[in-house]
Design a protein around this ligand. Sequence first.
Ligand code: HEM
Length: 364
Amino acid sequence: MSQAQIALPSSQGNQFGNKVWRTLDERLSLHSLAYPVPEYANTIPYILGGITLFGFIILFATGIVMTQYYHPHPSEAHDSVTYIITQVPFGDFIRSIHFWTANLVVVTALLHLLRIYWTGSYKKPREANWLVGVGLLALTIGFVFTGTIIKWDQEASEALTHFKEIGELLGGFGVLFSAEFSRSIPLLTRLYTTHITILPFLFFGLVAVHLFLVKTLKISPKPTENARAGEGYSPDQKMGTFAGHIRSMIGFGLILLAAAAVLSYFFPAPLGLKAVPGEEVTKPPWMLLWLYPIENVLGVAGILYGGVVFFILLALVPFIDRSPWLTPSKRRGMIVGLIVTIVILVALLVLAIISVPVTHAAGG
Ligand code: HEM
């Protein structure tokens, strides 16, 4: 099958669409982006990466609207968010779509990770792409953390206090995270530029590498009983089209957008009161909440240790599981490890939910 055949839209009836595609393809060589797509890759478990990517596009679009009105100075930030909510046309809705999509992409990214783990898709030759994925997850958490701070309410101010203390624990490495690093620009403003420039720059760089590796290594084979890492598709594997695959991603992505819109309508994004300096009364957002009980025992350092251990274990997955098998039934140790990890994380979450907020940070 030629690359052009892989890429061309499959719908025979859509003459206009085909003509537009051919016109663009002749000039932009779009077919060179295409890769072979087995039929099973158009099911939800295999589309989760594409849905996450679509979610990020929604985040960038709604984020760009908010940057027109948000003021990243400590004396103005909270009022400017209130302005977005109360004065900007559809401001509350756009901010809520941003908030809910951020929550949903963390869910879809984690489910994407679980699918890859379950089907052994991190195995040879995809170890490097697993590591790129771990980097993308770290950036996603970075977006959530900086996004929590820049709304500049009570929760934000407490998150910033923790951020500064973690910076101090990192010694020389943490100087970038300190207020003293730049005398002319407040830390809040620098975290805002991190949220809107540094993290997106790194994110797009890693996504480009991630997709380049998917294209060159192809989507992993089905984890059938005797499938081994590094092998190609079985000869009777039915193939779909690349255009159909992109259509599935956009279709499921639009469902994500619809879910964010419904949630935004019924539950607009929250904004707490302006921060009272020195108080520590809130808990972190749910994706970081499992670290809270560890912090209760070890202090702010617990967040650093818990986070570092989690990401190191995640990065080691392809190097721990060296068996050639893709099917979960022949990877019992890895599946038990996964279940134990999930049980620990859920137990930590429950502990975090039932515990009473306490002061951890010295500045809190
Ligand atoms: C957080 C943002 C992420 C985005 C936007 C993203 C996006 C994608 C996309 C679009 C694909 C191609 C899917 C296809 O063509 O069907 C993919 C595949 C892949 N992703 Fe991600 N991903 C992310 C996170 C992760 C994470 C956290 C991991 C693992 C730690 C990961 C590991 C992989 C691997 C190994 C593949 C190849 C899958 C296969 O061959 O079956 N990704 N990702």
